[in-house]
Design a protein around this ligand. Sequence first.
Ligand SMILES: NC(=O)c1ccc[n+]([C@@H]2O[C@H](COP(=O)([O-])OP(=O)(O)OC[C@H]3O[C@@H](n4cnc5c(N)ncnc54)[C@H](O)[C@@H]3O)[C@@H](O)[C@H]2O)c1
Length: 702
Amino acid sequence: MNPTVAYTRDGAVALLRINNPPVNALSQAVIEGLSQGVQAFANDADAKALVIACAGRTFVAGGDITAFDAPDFSALPYNAVLARIEALDRPVVAALHGTALGGGMELALAAHYRIAHSRTQLGFPEVKLGLLPGSLGTQRLPRLIGTERALSMIADGQSISAAQALDWGLIDAVSGEESEAAGLKYAQSLLDSQAAVRPTSARSLPASDASQEQQAAQQAQRKGRFYPALSAIVEAVQAASLPFAQGEAIEARLFEALRASPQSRALRHLFFAQRQAARVPGLAQDLVLRSIQQVGVLGAGTMGRGIAINFLNVGLPVLLVEQSAQALEAAVSAIRQIYQANVAKGRLTATDLEQRMGLLSGAVHESALVNCDLVIEAVFEDMALKKQVCARLGAICKPSAIIATNTSTLDVDALAVATGRPQDVVGMHFFSPAHVMKLLEVVRGAQTDPAVIATVMQLARTIGKVAVVSGVCYGFIGNRMAEVYMREAEFLIMEGAAPSDVDAAVEDLGMAMGPCRMLDLAGIDVGAKTVIEYGKAGGLPPDASYRALVQKLFAQGQFGQKTGLGYYRYEGRQALPNPAVEVLAQELAQAHGIVRRKDISRGEITERLLYPLINEGARILAEGMAYRPGDIDVVWTAGYGFPDHVGGPIFMADEVGLPQIVQRMAHYAQTRGNAYGYWTVSPLLQSLAEQGRRLSDWKAPA
Ligand SMILES: NC(=O)c1ccc[n+]([C@@H]2O[C@H](COP(=O)([O-])OP(=O)(O)OC[C@H]3O[C@@H](n4cnc5c(N)ncnc54)[C@H](O)[C@@H]3O)[C@@H](O)[C@H]2O)c1
């Protein structure tokens, strides 16, 4: 028999046990094994009921996502196995534990009865990959729990608890016992009560209120514009009101269209890119990680506070160090306020709040950091200050401690040298708000101990971050690319585009926020200071108009949202035109000989914002600052609100076509001039375009 599925008997009850570690994912072998097992049961007249359960830590937790890329992929063989399970003439029980997801849920739905361990999570995450459950999840689920709940469950992609599933009638029983034993007992009880077979597909849809159903459909599609899966899910789930075979055909057609859609391909690309990003090439398997029991955060401003919350949330004690008792007090109360807001929203209990605050301590002198295993500095972005701070940390911190810097742009190697122990130093670049944003850039210095990198990557997982390793360069991966994006945003405004035109062009593609709104939120002062610092370090091009607008706004005290004036004028949260920007743009254009135009199109804005950014990404790859193309896509989607449905800037570049990008870069070099190399195509991009290859598939030479 197939090694992944075993058929055994326990008295009158037969058992099909799937054993495909680590998560019992559906594979070709599992599907074949199930098919053979069903046949064995069909032939075994003495067996009166069948239990389907899984070995290991979970019930089937999904399908093999790589299989979706195969040109001949078809959900139909699995559907056929499920149909045969459902058509069996004796009761079939699915016994769930762990996470029953996607194809696992569809297996459970094809059984006649379902019992779950009390800690089971049940869900359909397909939507996160731009898909719908393609093996009749959209047809069987509504027959059990009704259209509205099925819509919300499939369109949200979030899992529900066993208790919730029982309440909704998705499962028939919950047990604290080990799932297989519980399943066998449950099957015996069905036999004792002479329970009948109960095919889900033969059930009629529970009655529902039309207006509530419509509301659920609207809710499911609220993010709809860029996500065709959502409207397809609504259509498929609504088709459950039709005879089963008709619904099945509709689901199959919609699934196939989604599988081939650019959005789903992009989301699948990101799914794999995120997993890859967690792997650091060249790290020995047997590295001994450093133990992190106590975290110190030096500088508790905007970033330090958010950083601290990450660790408190997972039960790690944090010591905050500030310059004065007053500053410390302000930070502690700001953290409490953030937690209180979560309590008010019902996301946290008052007990959790106190527990987390109980892990927080403070000091006004760096010497208090002596017992910390990890110290993250988040003081002002000023090289001289950071070097002094790092030198002191190098002397104070215990020998096994990791010293991390949250700098956005400064040279991590220079800071590492300043500590006198560069092997212990790493960049941990959090994004604002640090307790919310998923991305963590882990900056690997020239001398960083591999164990430090491995420890920080592990810690990132613990605090729920998506970590990407970057080499040391100005702005690392994300901000280095953002720099050219901001540069073009400013030039476009100086040439005559309004900030709202610039933002709208990329927001229309699905970018969470255009560059002007983003800088207003982050702070024009923060942005201007990095430009000024970079200038001091000799990094800027010899172009007097380079990011001149942001520096002027800064000089005028227009810091963005925090002062109510920046690229926009703010009334509450509403962003209105700031007339001063237009005046400044005209003055700067005149001062720097920039021609003002009225004919700046959406297309030009999009190309000028995104193509240099992609080009910079190619340079980052060629220089080895990012390990792989997918890492760049993860940085931009997890940290900068780049639309996931286009897969990130690199994946998008391939979809647009590299030759097209190269050609448009040449066009702008000609029309805008290229005195400072702004439109010089990276040799890597150029050569891949010439060879007709994709940037996403590029691998660094070994
Ligand atoms: N704000 C952002 O969006 C953002 C994003 C990523 C990274 N960063 C980086 O994080 C760092 C901090 O930025 P921020 O926005 O939180 O700045 P901030 O001005 O809000 O906070 C800095 C804090 O450091 C404290 N501080 C300064 N010197 C100190 C010292 N010697 N000892 C103890 N405390 C000291 C200050 O009192 C202040 O509270 C910078 O390196 C910045 O580039 C900022």
